[in-house]
Design a protein around this ligand. Structure first.
Ligand code: ZN
Length: 307
């Protein structure tokens, strides 16, 4: 049987929120089979649980926010991406503020945290959402066109293309494909950092956003070039970060997908629309488990390798 996974032990991190600039403590705890991933706001007078699911996403401007009632958690996508990459099914995420810490702007620190705590196999079958026919969302025309699509695939792969019309971004790889069966998430994707442009940062700060952002946790560009003195971590770091984000956004569906995802200029909003469209088309997917794990696609068999 292909089993569900959680952590072996508790692990903690402290950082600042990218947008709020607030100090925040994060505690990752093991959870029982079929719990899913549950964020818990432990700073509120009564702690509030926010289990992830596609419809728990309440805001997708700049980052993916989940919420229930008045309780919310911003910028969940990098931690969710690490969970998707390492195949964590069940986890409590206790958090002391309304934003996940940005740490180094990638998911590498979350991967390190999860791997350090150790990954435990649980006595319950891992449940997948298998896409059985194509589902697509599309917006805009001509130069403003963007789209995202899921098609049937025995495994999980993502391909993404960007088009930013910025000299520093255009000089890097514009398209990347990552297949969980043949690639290595920790090595190939996890280190790609979020990125921003100084002109947007100034505008965001004047509206109280990006207060915790800087050269330590993002690739920052002026109108012409990358300002970080160490340059890029991958030749195609920008488009790889879009894959990282998409893996996190899509894992908010609550189960690993068996599908091929492809997207052009998609973002948090469109990724969530795609999930909602998938769930609405009840004949486009089915839930599956693998009693015989030899039937499972490669990439899902072993807990992901370390670096
Ligand atoms: Zn991101």
């Amino acid at each position: 049987m292909l089993q569900q996974r959680t952590l072996k032990t508790i692990t903690r991190a402290v950082g600042v929120g990218l947008h709020s600039g607030q100090r925040v403590e994060l505690t990752l705890r093991p959870a029982q089979p079929d719990t899913g991933i549950v964020f818990r706001r432990v700073d509120l007078p009564q702690p509030v649980d926010i289990p992830i699911c596609a419809t728990a996403v309440t805001d997708t401007r700049l980052a993916s926010t989940i919420g229930t009632g008045n309780a919310k958690v911003h910028t969940v996508e990098h931690l969710m991406s690490a969970c998707a990459g390492l195949g964590i099914d069940n986890l409590y995420v206790d958090i002391t503020a309304e934003e996940v810490p940005i740490l180094d702007g990638s998911s590498a620190s979350f991967v390190f945290l999860l791997q350090s705590a150790g990954i435990a196999l649980q006595n319950a079958p891992r449940r997948f959402i298998r896409v059985t026919r194509p589902v697509e969302v599309r917006q805009g025309e001509g130069a403003a066109a963007k789209w995202a699509r899921l098609t049937p695939y025995h495994g999980y792969k993502l391909s993404f293309e960007i088009d930013f019309d910025h000299p520093a971004v255009d000089s890097t790889g514009q398209r990347v494909e990552f297949d969980l069966g043949t690639g290595n998430y920790s090595r190939d994707i996890a280190r790609a950092r979020t990125f921003g442009f100084t002109r947007d940062v100034e505008m965001m700060r004047s509206s109280g956003l990006a207060l915790g952002g800087g050269l330590d946790n993002a690739i920052v560009m002026d109108d012409y070039k990358v300002l970080n003195s160490d340059g890029l971590r991958y030749d195609d770091e920008f488009v790889k970060h879009k894959i990282l984000d998409a893996m996190g956004d899509l894992y908010l569906v609550g189960k690993p997908l068996l599908a091929a995802y492809s997207a052009f200029r998609s973002g948090h909003a469109m990724n969530n629309l795609l999930l909602r469209e998938l769930l609405a088309q009840r004949d486009a997917w089915e839930e599956v488990t693998f009693e015989d794990e030899r039937q499972a696609p490669s990439g899902f068999l072993q807990p992901a390798r370390a670096w």
